[in-house]
Write a protein that binds this ligand. Structure first.
Ligand code: AHR
Length: 356
């Protein structure tokens, strides 16, 4: 009897050690396993690709947090193709992963696959970008026509608010940086067409200026700001440069402000502006979004004016939320990120402590 008890005790201790996954910290030691599960959580993650500094920081954060939380991460890079994302998610379903996280490259085309996840009983976390029709509230959880009920929760930024913040920074600062003008002409580099990051920033910027959200070009309600050019640069540095070159060719002396939907495109545009013989951040005021290292370097060097932060360090929140969901704990429908605005007045002080 004693022997039997001793064996049972050894087995119980061994299984507890296995379930704990060897983590050292509070979160990590309880993370990676759920109640009643004697193995690691398996998470399938469909990432968009590696189009920007921001995306790389986001991927690094997710991969590091999975290790920290002792979660078995199956990571798939879609190389900017929605088709690849759908295929990856279908594979995750076949593999019977415990939970799926994904960043939708564009807003449309997710209903069928998310319903497949629901049918398979696999919870989904929508990360960074959102899907069409979602306000991330899910007013009535039984209404399956509401896209918010197709996924479990959303973790990421308020893209529309980022567009508002760009417009606010612009109206507060541009008249001081370029005094003596009655109308300021704006060129806009849009992000990936149809992505929530693009549609949100596009709309938020126009809303704050009093320009109809459905129009690409237009003048603010006070008549002081006019969007004269607006085209996509697909969130990449190379296309930001290319499109800015075309803008400068068609309008060599008219652009006062550049609003780039991300810093990578702003950095590409800075090169185009310099090659056209103009002084970036003086002849043309440059505002980006993300607050990545490259933007800080440019702000400190005086070639970029401002960057509105969009936080890519979402990994820890994704893992913590996944563990909660699998433990049947309540989670917020929308876990919003904390963000700040940076410009040449505070960039140098903040730069040393930036993590991306
Ligand atoms: O979805 C977030 C956006 O995607 C970032 O602003 C941009 O840099 C990235 O590629």
């Amino acid at each position: 009897m004693k022997k039997l008890l001793a064996i049972l005790l050894v087995l119980a201790v061994a299984s507890m050690a296995f379930a704990g996954g060897g983590g050292q910290q509070g979160g990590a030691s309880s993370g990676g396993v759920t109640r009643g599960m004697n193995r690691k959580i398996v998470m399938g993650y469909s990432q968009i690709g590696a189009e920007s500094e921001w995306r790389t920081a986001c991927t690094n954060s997710v991969q590091a947090a999975a290790k920290e939380w002792n979660i078995d991460l199956r990571f798939s890079d879609a190389q900017q193709q929605q088709q690849n994302q759908l295929q990856a998610i279908r594979t995750f379903i076949q593999q019977k992963v415990d939970i799926i996280a994904f960043t939708p490259v564009v807003e449309t085309g997710w209903e069928a696959i998310l319903k497949e996840c629901l049918d398979a009983g696999i919870p989904t976390i929508c990360v960074d970008r959102s899907i069409e029709g979602s306000d991330r509230k899910a007013a009535n959880p039984n209404d399956m026509t509401d896209p918010d009920n197709w996924f479990t929760c959303f973790i990421g930024s308020d893209m529309e608010q980022e567009g508002n913040r760009v417009a606010k920074w612009m109206t507060a600062n541009v008249p001081k940086l370029k005094p003596g003008k009655s109308v300021y002409n704006i060129a806009e580099l849009q992000g990936t067409v149809g992505s929530s990051a693009m549609t949100g920033r596009f709309k938020g910027f126009r809303d704050t200026l009093g320009i109809p959200a459905a129009t690409a070009l237009g003048t603010s309600s006070d008549g002081k700001y006019k969007i004269i050019l607006s085209q996509t640069g697909d969130f990449t540095r190379a296309q930001g440069k290319q499109v800015m070159e075309a803008f400068l060719k068609s309008n060599p002396n008219d652009i006062d402000v550049l609003f780039a939907h991300n810093d990578d495109m702003a950095i590409g545009a800075i090169q185009a502006i310099q090659e056209a013989g103009k002084v970036p951040a003086k002849d043309i005021i440059i505002i980006g979004v993300d607050a990545v290292k490259g933007a800080f370097e440019a702000m400190v060097a005086g070639t970029m004016n401002a960057s509105i932060e969009c936080n890519p360090l979402l990994g820890p929140q994704v893992m913590e939320t996944a563990v909660k969901i699998l433990n049947k704990q309540a989670v917020e429908k929308w876990v919003v990120s904390n963000e700040s605005d940076y410009d040449q007045t505070n960039a140098a002080a903040a730069f040393p402590s930036r993590q991306y």
